[in-house]
Ligand binder design. Structure first.
Ligand code: ADP
Ligand code: MG
Length: 240
């Protein structure tokens, strides 16, 4: 396994006078699930958007498998992203949503159908293939969003608070499901949340963010038992 599959080096982003990302460095190993955990407004989404190519950093390098992808358009980056609110196309069926990215890339119909069926089986939604998003529950919609982002076989999966809009019970079961799928596919994943319990239970490694910095980076156990700053102690301590 490549120990530096994805490398962020000195990522800086300002909006007007405010520095939202302040020289962020982060190295992620192939197949690892790293969680960015921090309070609202600390820069988590902005960092993911920089990786996905939806926001341009002021400076810094984004290296995926030894290639700097920072100047590539989003579609060429081989990065998949799932957002908090279900960003499915409302006028397309589940199957059409999942196949969308493949169609855009000119993948033949037969192969699209095969891959779509595999993915719908993976997220346990084969029986909903012809349904429209509005007829699905929130949890089901997020599973479609996950299948859709996996369809194009990304090298990195970015999950931006994918569970935050769901109610507690669904949140927990979908969290376990996401972790299982991530492990099965050995998918290199960055998971963003502001929820300590979620981070502690889903991650190989947690990066605590505050004010545009990663303030501590370690295993869930290390962060919980040996916080290095008062901020980390207070933030981790608010989970009980
Ligand atoms: P998080 O995801 O951790 O809640 P964000 O990355 O969304 O934080 O935002 C970090 C900071 O950057 C916030 O103060 C937010 O208001 C600001 N911000 C994010 N996007 C923009 C933008 N497009 N224009 C101006 N400010 C922004
Ligand atoms: Mg956010």
């Amino acid at each position: 396994m490549n120990p530096s599959y994805l490398e962020l080096q000195g990522i800086r982003k300002t909006f007007g006078a405010s520095t939202v990302l302040d020289n962020v460095d982060l190295t992620i190993r192939e197949g690892e699930l790293v969680t960015l955990l921090g309070p609202s407004g600390c820069g988590k989404s902005t960092l993911l958007r920089c990786i996905a190519g939806l926001t341009e950093p002021d400076s810094g390098r984004i290296i995926l498998e030894r290639k700097d992808i920072a100047s590539l358009p989003p579609r060429s980056r081989e990065v998949g992203m799932v957002f908090q609110s279900y960003a499915l196309f409302p006028n397309l069926t589940v199957r059409e949503n999942v196949e969308y990215g493949l169609k855009m890339r000119g993948v033949a119909k037969k192969e699209r159908e095969t891959r779509c069926e595999e993915l719908l089986a993976l997220v346990d939604l084969a029986d909903k293939r012809d349904a429209f998003p509005q007829h699905l529950s929130g949890g089901q919609q997020q599973r479609v969003a996950l299948a859709r982002s996996l369809a194009v076989q990304p090298k990195v999966l970015l999950l931006d608070e994918p569970l935050s809009a769901l109610d507690a019970k669904i949140r927990k079961s979908l969290r376990m499901e996401i972790r299982e799928i991530q492990k099965r596919l050995k998918m290199t994943t960055i998971f963003v949340t502001h929820d300590q319990e979620e981070a502690l239970t889903i991650s190989d490694r947690i990066c605590i963010m505050n004010n545009g910095h990663i303030v501590q980076d370690g295993s869930p156990e290390a962060l919980y038992s040996t916080p290095r700053t008062e901020f980390v102690a207070r933030f981790m301590g608010s989970y009980n």
